[in-house]
Design a protein around this ligand. Structure first.
Ligand code: PMV
Length: 345
């Protein structure tokens, strides 16, 4: 980094959420994954973050959400910025004023950590680029910084497909940061739909952080980590061959395994709701009846992600009237695969 005096400035980035196909569940050390994961990057559910920066000998950080003070969020963001000083020393030389907003409503049941941490990370590496007058945006560093805020956020830095975690199928992958994965992936996946059925808006009874920690003593943990490696190899092959049936069967197995691991934790817990199961049953019978490759996945919560190719959007549009009856206030959030973070002028 050059020693040019730092001029004050401001950057704005949007960054989307992502949906894991092979799930990251379990971590060690400093937010490192116990197994590799792969995700589709989304486009409609995103965070927009603006960071105003100025040189300072005594750095101070402020955070607002939609222009309003939110002390609980601010505490997290300030704690995060202080925690990354070793990886990103520039934060020790800057005052930062951060404002953030989401396109999806707060407490809609959609996790915002992947989009918010990746949007902030994009702003930070963009500031580093400007301060050092470099021409390159360091996306690996952005992914690493995002990971330190929230593991899954490491994957939101790239679209349409990202892989995070050491594995033998993609040798360039790393536990430290995610990589984009385009090699041979069938075109159909870059316009895939992901509709999110909001089964419940309530706060989860067990946070992801606590859930990851419970993997340490989960009796099935080692088998699970091995299975994730196998699933990663298989799903990459299915995505390269455009084999939607194989793709869907792995995605559904991954979702159910994630929740089975929760039920097999000590203490055991359950995040699916009765309507999660009812909707899953209906999706599976609809798929058989209509012969349409629509599959579900789940995050660490009761809500369902409905994955299907664009060519079936009209059929699924009609089906969604029925699925809405399983949702809180009939709510379904429509999303699509996208290309990743964008800089706003
Ligand atoms: O990024 P975290 O710590 O919120 O964990 C996310 C874990 C899952 O969403 C369940 C799976 C994943 O890979 O995104």
């Amino acid at each position: 980094m050059s020693n040019n005096p730092i001029k004050p400035g401001r950057v704005t980035w949007t960054s989307p959420s992502n949906i894991a196909l092979v799930k990251y569940w379990g971590k060690y050390g400093r937010q490192l994954p116990t197994n590799p994961s792969i995700s589709l990057t989304l486009s409609q559910a995103y965070t927009e973050t603006t960071v105003a920066y100025a040189p300072s000998d005594k750095p101070s950080y402020t955070f607002t959400f939609e222009g309003q003070k939110k002390p609980a969020f601010e505490k997290k963001v300030v704690g995060y910025l202080e925690s990354i000083r070793d990886v990103f020393p520039l934060v020790s030389r800057l005052d930062l004023k951060i404002d953030s907003r989401n396109t999806f409503p707060h407490s809609s049941g959609i996790a915002s950590s992947a989009s918010s941490m990746s949007a902030l990370a994009m702003c930070l590496v963009d500031i580093a680029k400007q301060v050092s007058s470099s021409s390159e945006l360091d996306l690996r560093l952005a992914s690493e910084l995002a990971r330190l805020g929230s593991g899954s956020a490491s994957r939101s830095v790239y679209g349409p497909v990202a892989i995070w975690g050491d594995n033998t199928t993609t040798k360039e992958a790393s536990n430290n940061y995610a990589i984009p994965y385009a090699e041979g992936i069938a075109e159909i996946f870059s316009s895939y739909h992901d509709d999110i059925l909001i089964i419940s808006k309530s706060e989860k009874s067990v946070s992801s952080r606590a859930g990851h920690a419970l993997m340490d003593n989960n009796p099935y943990a080692l088998n699970r980590y091995e299975q994730a490696h196998i699933h990663l190899g298989e799903i990459i092959a299915a995505m390269q061959n455009g084999d939607l049936e194989k793709f869907g069967s792995i995605v559904e197995k991954e979702a159910l395994t994630l929740h089975a691991l929760m039920m097999a934790s000590e203490p055991p817990y359950m995040l699916m709701e009765p309507n999660t199961l009812a909707a899953i049953n209906r999706i599976q019978t609809y798929r058989k009846e209509k012969n349409i490759p629509v599959y579900f996945t789940l995050d660490a919560g009761p809500n369902i992600h409905l994955l299907y190719p664009h060519q079936y959007a009209d059929d699924i549009h009609i089906f969604k009237n029925e699925l809405a009856t399983y949702c809180a206030d009939g709510r379904i959030i429509e999303d699509r695969v996208g290309t990743g973070p964008l800089k706003k002028a």
